[in-house]
Structures are given as structure tokens and as C-alpha cells.
Design a protein around this ligand. Structure first.
Ligand SMILES: Nc1ncnc2c1ncn2[C@@H]1O[C@H](COP(=O)(O)OP(=O)(O)OP(=O)(O)O)[C@@H](O)[C@H]1O
Ligand SMILES: [Zn+2]
Length: 953
């Protein structure tokens, strides 16, 4: 403490109090946490000391309060016995669970209880190490017990009262703050004084010279003590271990006083193994360890957050030290239990790994650890977030843990066990804390509601249970918030608070999307996303709902509406396939949304894709029912199967038909597959090369063998691809799980070279040669097929009402196909109306964009118009996307927009059948990368898109 004082800055107490008040106002209203604002105060140690000026301030504030002699008499006894030679001091420490603040009031009333407070000082501690470890341990302080950190030595001398008066004057109250209100302070203190010393809860004696263990205060905020031989006042010698008196006087009630809690989580924090929910195995094992005395020195509690790891660690620590003679431990009422649960045990410390990540600190800890426990049987160190511990710190602990006393127990806690090194955890007894089951969470919430007298709707609780994602803590927090809105917890209130939509609304949206009702899907999705729900949340809700449907978990829980939906979409196999496809799209969309600035739009696009079903690879595999993996592993088998395969018929992936002539093959499906393979290529260079130059033109399966044909336009590219054929094949194999033969093809009659077809085995000399003639023939057929296919799919050929400009545009596009780039087609029309999408559609087919703004309505207008593409059999809906990607890049080029290209979503993956839109700046050349697609695309020139287009303001 002397060390700390050297750095002290004296500030009057009145300022301290004002600061306290300010601290309270800085509290984050959503969490009531100070974490956000704590930094500035982290190392501040407020202390009232013997500074004359400060004391005068206090005197001025209140001199009228009478002193409480009975309190002081009692306390002074303790003081004298404890350390007569030390400077006597009173310390008021106020440490909320998050606020990381300490208020210390030192009082030099050496001799008695009637002297007024003489000194006051606010100390700013620069004893960093100590402070940091202090504050780290504070993060775990149960705020319910925040008051127990109020430590007053000699409260009877009047200083305390004056201070409380000051606090009262500045209006500090307990509500929403880790500080007790003045009335609570008084109440607590008077209870204490009535109960005598043994009933101290909020009052303890601290020697101001005490410098502690070097680790600072533990979560229990127990004052540190240097010399373990100095007997502590509550050491069991003067007081019975299981004091009936205590129980009778409600000591434990005070320690665990539920009114002091700030949240349901704190109030209902479990204090015995029985109260833990969903952790039967863990509790059974730990209880058994205690009963049999087989206590390990190192435990690792890992699992998702909010599943009771910390609570279990505390209960285990209490059980280890519980003095009850019965098997049911912790009893909750013996001295050890009470002290521990009131958060003041000196032998059970909770530390944060982040703060221990320092050699000196861990040294200090291990040195300290070698002492025998103060009062308890076991000294327990609970180390939170242990995945932050550095390797060397782990080693230091592991090295020492065996040599340490048998009475030392480390409990490592983490929610991220994957990041721990195997060597670190090999010595630990590991306990996994699984996610809590929804039913268990539901029961727990119900119990809390009943105890709290909330009126509740069971559906609301069920909904919260599902939303909590296995975290009971999250569920309790949600309930807590709902309870603030009134005593009745209803499902609609829950939806509103949590920002989700009801199952009915979700089903409605899903129904529209699956039925390919484009305009209504867009409208409904927009309604939801503009006012009710965040796109990310909507994706996740939709995905969960589909999973529920697929798992047929809750059909009975669906309303009539839900059952109708099930009847419509989830009865036939095709419906199930569609839902699976939808789930897949949603999961891909979720990833995409994470980096997107225009989430609502992309989600709408994804929803529109739900109606267009493309059987996934899995489906193909299933339908083929082949034992691909075995065949892949066994070249001999492959050989024979390959031979058979060549004689047999291959199933085309594109059209799912045998002997596919390649004419009606669905190119889009191949393109989608090609796109899926891309991320699997480990080499970015190869990936970019294939993406740019290659094109998957065929994929055939037969009994564990797949043959993929990739086209290139230039012999150099073919050569390059040949070199990489092995890795291309293995990437395909990774995805398909079967043997894959890669055939590389030159897509031009100008290059009539002899080409090889490659398989993985080709590297071992089993190349298959294709005749020159066959290649040329196939190439010609394919290009012709592509053109036919594109022409057939042109919406204008099916839809007589299609605007003539588009027809003309398409014709021009066709005729321009050979020219690269073939860009100048048609001047854009400017969107006249932002508000009416249909008007936009009439004015400008497909694209209507105004220089200044791209209102969402315009965009939906685009989507609206694209419905035509869908209805005419197009397989993709393509949205515009800025190609250069980043907003900053756009801003840079905003003025001279010539560099800002607006390209269709990943144009590399477009096919003629995609009927894609591509837009680019007037007068500009399309980037070379995309130019080869220009012949396949319908092109418009568009004026500048504003930044609002992609989510800017
Ligand atoms: N298994 C459980 N049984 C009873 N209550 C639980 C359980 N899990 C969580 N809770 C509730 O959640 C609160 C927080 O739990 P606790 O701090 O023990 O979880 P944790 O797993 O350590 O979480 P974190 O990883 O976020 O620290 C408790 O106060 C309690 O109310
Ligand atoms: Zn006990």
C-alpha cells in the first residue's frame, strides 16, 4: 500500500463522489455494463486519505451525524486485535462487476470510535500490475455482491456516515449501479451492527499496510493478506463453523441477498449442483470426485458460453471447501459456503487469463499458490478465458502444478477449446459443457417466471429457448429484458424485442419464394427488412425454419397455416429437394451477406433463387447410387470400371440423362458446379486462371467415375491446364468424392492440334488419347449448341410482349458476338420515377438508374423485370454489382466515373442461358477479363450509379 501511495494524487472526497456519479451516468444502458467506459478508470484507485483539505470537505458536508458507538466498539476490537501497529484505516471499496473502480476511505481513528474522520484522499494508483490483476479479477465479480466490497474499518467513528451522507447528497443510488444506495448501506450496516462481528458481510477489516499476494483482489474481492499466519477474524476459532446463529440471523440471506442482484442471471445463478441445468454428467463426476477425495489439480471446463462453466467452477470450489458433514455439498450455509458465495473467499480466486499473460504475474501467482490455504481446505484458482494464456504461461502452470500442494486446484475455463494446444490440456481433467437443450431452458425460464410472478405465454418462452442457441444465460437475459416491458411476456412482444418475425410470416415468405412468385417475394421481403428485421437475422430464421421442416421436428407445433405449407412444399420428394436446395442457397447467402454492404438486396436475390431448383451434387450422387469412394481408391477396380464405363452410358450432370448429346444440356448447372469447384483449388493462381480462361463444358458420371471436360480458347491455356491437370483432378475429386478424369479441350477450330485427355492416372501413363477428328467435331457441336441454346432461351422469342428494344438489342448482341469487345448497343434511358417500380419498368426495360440516386425501388424494378427472364426459363437472376468492389475505390472514381464498372454478379460464371444483365459506363471498354463474355451477355450502357446503390448514404 505504501508503494501505491507514492503515486497517489490527492483529490477531495466530494470529487470522488461526483466522479462516482459520473461513472454511473457512463454506464452502458443496454448492458448496464461499465466495460465500454472502463478504460479511463482502469487504474484509478479512489482513496480517502489523511489529506487535510479533503477531510475538511467532508466535515463541511456533514458534521451532524451522530456516531454509532455499538458498531464502532465492535469494529475497534477487531482493529486492535488485527494489527495494532499498523496505520488504522477504513476502506470503502466499491467494485462493481464491470466498473473496475475502487473507492478507499482511510481513516486514522486509531483509538476509538468517536473521533471524526481525519483524512480523506483520492488515490490514483499507478501500481499497474496489481491494479490490472485486480481489475481482471473484478470482471468476474458477481454484481449481486457488489456491496460486499464495501469494506469499512471502524464504521462507528462517523466517517462512514459522513461519506454516505455525501453520497446521498450527490444522489448516488444503488439502482442500475454497482454501488449500494445509501439506504441499503445503512440497512446493511445496521444489520451488521445488530449481528455483531460474525455477521459481517459488507464490513471487514483491512490492514492498510497489507500488500497482498501480488495477484490483487480476487473475484470475491477478499482483501489481500501478506502474512498467512496472522489470524483472520473469521477463522472458525471464535465462531462455530456451522453457526446456527448465522443461519438464524439470516447471514447467508444477506450474503446472497437477491434484491441486490441486477439481473435474473445473477439472481438465479445456481449455487448447488442440483440447480445446474443440463449438466448431469459433469455434476455427477465432480460430486463423485469430492466424495471419493479424488480431486485433480487441473481442470478444464470448456463449452459454449452461457452454459454454466463459471457457475459450476464456483460450486465445485464451494463443494471442495464446504464444511458440511453431509454428502450434499456445497451446503450453502456453512461458513465457507457463505463466504464463497458472498464473494469474499480468500482461497477461491477468479482470474482472467488475459491479465495473467505476464511472466511476473504468473510467477507471483505460483509463489502465492505455494502457501497453504488461508481458511479453507482447498485453494481454487478459476482462470477464465484460458485460451488467451500464452504457451509459456501454460508451461509454467503445468510445470508447477504437480509440485504444488495437494490443496491447490486450478480450474481453466474456456469457450474456445479448439484454440488450446494439445500439450497444454493433456494434463487437465476435461469437462465439456454442452449447449443446454431447448426443453431444459424452457423449464428453467418457466420456473423463473413463476418465482418472479411474471404472466407469460408459453410460446414466448419456447421461442426464447430456441433463440438462446443453447445458452441459458442468453435466455435469461432475454427474459430479463422482456420483463422490463411489463409483467406479461407475450410472443408478439418477444418477436418485437428480439427483432424477429413470426413463423407464419416466415412461412408466407418462404411459400412465395418457393412458388417463384417474384413480385410478391420481393415485396414481402422488402416489407420485412425495411421495418422489422435485419437481413442476417432473416436468413438465419428462414434457415432454421427449413431445418425444422426438414427434420419434421415440430409439425404439430405449426399452426394451420404451417400445416398447409407442409402439405404444399414438404410432402413429395421434389418438395423436400426444393427445401434442401433452398437451405443451401440460404447458407451460401449468409456467408455472402457478411461482407456485403447491400444485404437486403442480396437476400432478395437469394430468395428469388429459391424457386428455381437445381439439384445439387448430393442429389446427383444419391440418384446415381454408386460406390465412388471405393472405386476411387482402387485403381484396379477403376480400370475395370472405367472400361465398363466407356462401354456403358454416362449420366450427364447437365441434363441428368444417359447418352447426353449435349444439345439440351443445362449449361447453367455446369456453370454453377464450376463455380463451386473454384474455391477448392488451393492455388489462387490456378483458380484465377481457370476462372478466367476455362469453362466446364461437360460432366458425366458412371459408377464411381466422373469425366469433366474443360474448354479453353487458346492453345497456351490448354498447355497450362494440362500441366495443372493433376491438381484440377484432385479438386474435383474432393468435391465429388469419386475418381475424376479431366479432359482438356481447345475450343477453336483454328487450333487443330492433337489434344490429350487427362485423368489422374494419366500421370502414371494411362492417358487416353482422343482423335483430332473427334475433338474438332465435338467442338463444333458444342459451340453450335451454345448458340442455339442461347437463342432458344432468349425471352423475346417466347414473350411477344417483350419490348422491341430488347429484341433489337439481342439481335445486335448476336451479330456482335464475334467482335470483342462488342459494347455499344443502346443508350440508356433514365429512370423517371423512383417511387413506382412498374413505371420504372415501363420507362426503362430492366435498368433504370438515375445519376443522382439509385433508390431501392429502382432496384426492385430491375428485379421485377427480371421476372420475365425467370418465367421464360432462365435459370439465373443476375443483379448488378460494382465490379471493383470496395466503396473507397468507388468514391475515388466517383467524379470521373470511367473506371467504375457495374457488372453482373460474378460475370465469369455467366452462361448464355443465364440471360444476364451487364451494365457498364458509357463509352468505356469492358475490362478484358470480362470481354470474352460480352458475346453472351445482353449489354446496356448505364450512367453513373450513386453510392446508395451499394448501401452508401
Ligand atoms: N447449466 C446451467 N444451469 C443453471 N443456470 C445456468 C446454466 N448455465 C448458465 N446458467 C445461467 O447463466 C448465468 C451465467 O452462467 P455462467 O457464467 O456459469 O456461464 P458460462 O458458461 O461460464 O458463461 P461464459 O462462458 O459466458 O462465462 C448463470 O448465472 C445462470 O443463471
Ligand atoms: Zn457448506
Amino acid at each position: 500500500m505504501a508503494e501505491g501511495r507514492r503515486h497517489s494524487v490527492d483529490i477531495p472526497l466530494s470529487k470522488t463522489i461526483v466522479a462516482l456519479k459520473r461513472v454511473r451516468s457512463l454506464r452502458d444502458p443496454s448492458t448496464n455494463s461499465m466495460r465500454k467506459f472502463a478504460t479511463a478508470f482502469d487504474n484509478v484507485n479512489w482513496e480517502v486519505n489523511s489529506c487535510v483539505g479533503a477531510y475538511e470537505d467532508i466535515e463541511k458536508l456533514d458534521t451532524s451525524q451522530p456516531h454509532n458507538n455499538s458498531e464502532s466498539e465492535h469494529i475497534s476490537k477487531v482493529v486492535n486485535r488485527r494489527n495494532a501497529s499498523s496505520r488504522k484505516s477504513s476502506i470503502i471499496r466499491n467494485k462493481g462487476s464491470h466498473s473496475k473502480r475502487t473507492i478507499m476511505v482511510h481513516q486514522s481513528c486509531l483509538d476509538g470510535n468517536k473521533k471524526p474522520l481525519e483524512h480523506a484522499m483520492v488515490q490514483v494508483s499507478t501500481n499497474l500490475m496489481k491494479e490490472e490483476v485486480d481489475s481482471c479479477s473484478e470482471t468476474n465479480v458477481d454484481s449481486a455482491n457488489a456491496i460486499s466490497s464495501l469494506v469499512v474499518e471502524k464504521p462507528g467513528c462517523g466517517g462512514y456516515r459522513r461519506i454516505t451522507k455525501v453520497m446521498e447528497d450527490v444522489g448516488i443510488s444503488r439502482v442500475g449501479s454497482p454501488c449500494l444506495s445509501i439506504s441499503e448501506l445503512h440497512t446493511n450496516l445496521s444489520i451488521k451492527s445488530n449481528m455483531g462481528f460474525s455477521t459481517i458481510d459488507d464490513v471487514a477489516v483491512v490492514n492498510s499496510n497489507y500488500s497482498g499476494c501480488g495477484i490483487g483482489y480476487c473475484w470475491s474481492r477478499t482483501p489481500k493478506r501478506k502474512d498467512p499466519t496472522v489470524s483472520f477474524d473469521i477463522d472458525g476459532q471464535e465462531l462455530p463453523l456451522l453457526s446456527v446463529q448465522w443461519k438464524d440471523r439470516g447471514y447467508s440471506d444477506i450474503a446472497l441477498k437477491p434484491e441486490n442482484t441486477r439481473s435474473l442471471s445473477q439472481k438465479f445463478r445456481p449455487r448447488s449442483f442440483n440447480e445446474l441445468v443440463g449438466l448431469n454428467i459433469v455434476t455427477k463426476s465432480l460430486t463423485h470426485a469430492i466424495i471419493t477425495g479424488k480431486v485433480a489439480s487441473l481442470y478444464l471446463f470448456h463449452g459454449p458460453r452461457g452454459t454454466g462453466k463459471t457457475s459450476t467452477a464456483r460450486i465445485f470450489a464451494a463443494a471442495l471447501n464446504c464444511l458440511s458433514l453431509e454428502d450434499h455439498k456445497p451446503c450453502g450455509s456453512c461458513q465457507e459456503c457463505v463466504i464463497l458465495f458472498s464473494g469474499r473467499s480468500r482461497d477461491v480466486k477468479e482470474l482472467c487469463a488475459m491479465k495473467l499473460n505476464h511472466k511476473d504475474r504468473i510467477k507471483a501467482l505460483l509463489k502465492n499458490v505455494s502457501h497453504v490455504p488461508f481458511t479453507s481446505r482447498f485453494r481454487v484458482y478459476i482462470i477464465e478465458e484460458c485460451h488467451f494464456l500464452r504457451g509459456e504461461i501454460w508451461s509454467a502452470i503445468l510445470k508447477n502444478v504437480e509440485e504444488l500442494s495437494k490443496h491447490i486446484v486450478f480450474i481453466m475455463i474456456t469457450s474456445n477449446a479448439d484454440s488450446l494446444q494439445q500439450t497444454s490440456i493433456s494434463q487437465c481433467q476435461r469437462y465439456h459443457f454442452p449447449k443446454i437443450k431447448e426443453d431444459d431452458i424452457f423449464c428453467r425460464l418457466q420456473k423463473i417466471c413463476i418465482e418472479e410472478g411474471f404472466v407469460f405465454d408459453k410460446n414466448a418462452l419456447a421461442f426464447i429457448s430456441g433463440k438462446a442457441n443453447g445458452s441459458l444465460q442468453d435466455a435469461e437475459t432475454m427474459l430479463d429484458q422482456l420483463a422490463l416491458l411489463g409483467k406479461k411476456i407475450t410472443i408478439s412482444l418477444t418477436h418485437e424485442l428480439i427483432g424477429v418475425v413470426s413463423d407464419e410470416e416466415l412461412l408466407d415468405l418462404l411459400d412465395l419464394a418457393l412458388s417463384a412468385d417474384t413480385s410478391n417475394t420481393v415485396r414481402r421481403a422488402r416489407d420485412l427488412m425495411t421495418s422489422r428485421i435485419d437481413p442476417m437475422q432473416l436468413v438465419s430464421q428462414l434457415a432454421n425454419l427449413i431445418m425444422d421442416i426438414l427434420s419434421v421436428r415440430r409439425p404439430s407445433e405449426f399452426t394451420n397455416y404451417g400445416r398447409n405449407f407442409l402439405g404444399k412444399h414438404a410432402v413429395a420428394q421434389a418438395g423436400i429437394q426444393k427445401l434442401r436446395h433452398a437451405l443451401k442457397i440460404l447458407s451460401e447467402t449468409e456467408n455472402q451477406l457478411k461482407t456485403s454492404k447491400n444485404q437486403a438486396t442480396w437476400l432478395t436475390v437469394a430468395l428469388l433463387q429459391l424457386g428455381t431448383q437445381e439439384p445439387s451434387l448430393i442429389d446427383v450422387h444419391e440418384s446415381m447410387e454408386c460406390s465412388q469412394v471405393t472405386l476411387f481408391r482402387d485403381p484396379e477396380v477403376f480400370d475395370s470400371s472405367s472400361a465398363r464405363a466407356t462401354q456403358k452410358d454416362f449420366i450427364c450432370y447437365g441434363c441428368n440423362k444417359l447418352k447426353c448429346p449435349g444439345i439440351n444440356c443445362n449449361r447453367a448447372k455446369l456453370e454453377t458446379f464450376w463455380r463451386r469447384v473454384m474455391p477448392v483449388f488451393q492455388s489462387g493462381k490456378l483458380r484465377r486462371f481457370l476462372q478466367k480462361e476455362g469453362n466446364l463444358s461437360a460432366l458425366h458420371f458412371c459408377e464411381g467415375l466422373a469425366i469433366a471436360t474443360i474448354d479453353f480458347n487458346h492453345p497456351d491455356h490448354v498447355r497450362k491446364a494440362e500441366k495443372a491437370s493433376k491438381s484440377i483432378a484432385s479438386s474435383f475429386q474432393n468435391i465429388l468424392g469419386c475418381y475424376v478424369e479431366i479432359r482438356i479441350k481447345l475450343l477453336s477450330t483454328c487450333y487443330k492440334k492433337k489434344r490429350k485427355s487427362f485423368s489422374l492416372l494419366s500421370c502414371s501413363g494411362r492417358n487416353q488419347e482422343m482423335s483430332e477428328a473427334s475433338i474438332t467435331e465435338k467442338v463444333t457441336i458444342e459451340t453450335q449448341t451454345q448458340r442455339d441454346s442461347m437463342y432458344k432461351r432468349c425471352p423475346s422469342n417466347h414473350d411477344p410482349s417483350f419490348p422491341p428494344q430488347i429484341k433489337q438489342l439481342e439481335e445486335t448482341t448476336q451479330s456482335n458476338r464475334s467482335k470483342i469487345p462488342s459494347l455499344s448497343i443502346q443508350e440508356p434511358k433514365i429512370c423517371k420515377s423512383e417511387s413506382n417500380p412498374s413505371e420504372v419498368g415501363e420507362e426503362v426495360p430492366y435498368v433504370g438508374i438515375e445519376e443522382a440516386e439509385i433508390p431501392p425501388t429502382c432496384f426492385s424494378g430491375i428485379l421485377e423485370r427480371q421476372k420475365r427472364f425467370l418465367s421464360s426459363g432462365a435459370s439465373h437472376i443476375i443483379c448488378l454489382k460494382i465490379c471493383s468492389g470496395s466503396k473507397s475505390e468507388f468514391s475515388k472514381t466517383k467524379k470521373g466515373v470511367d473506371k467504375a464498372y457495374f457488372l453482373a454478379y460474378d460475370p465469369c460464371n455467366l452462361t448464355p442461358a443465364s440471360n444476364a444483365l451487364i451494365a457498364y459506363k458509357s463509352g468505356d471498354r469492358m475490362p478484358r477479363k470480362y470481354s470474352r463474355f460480352s458475346s453472351r451477355l445482353l449489354c446496356w450502357k448505364v450512367p453513373t450509379l450513386s453510392s446508395r446503390f451499394y448501401g452508401g448514404k
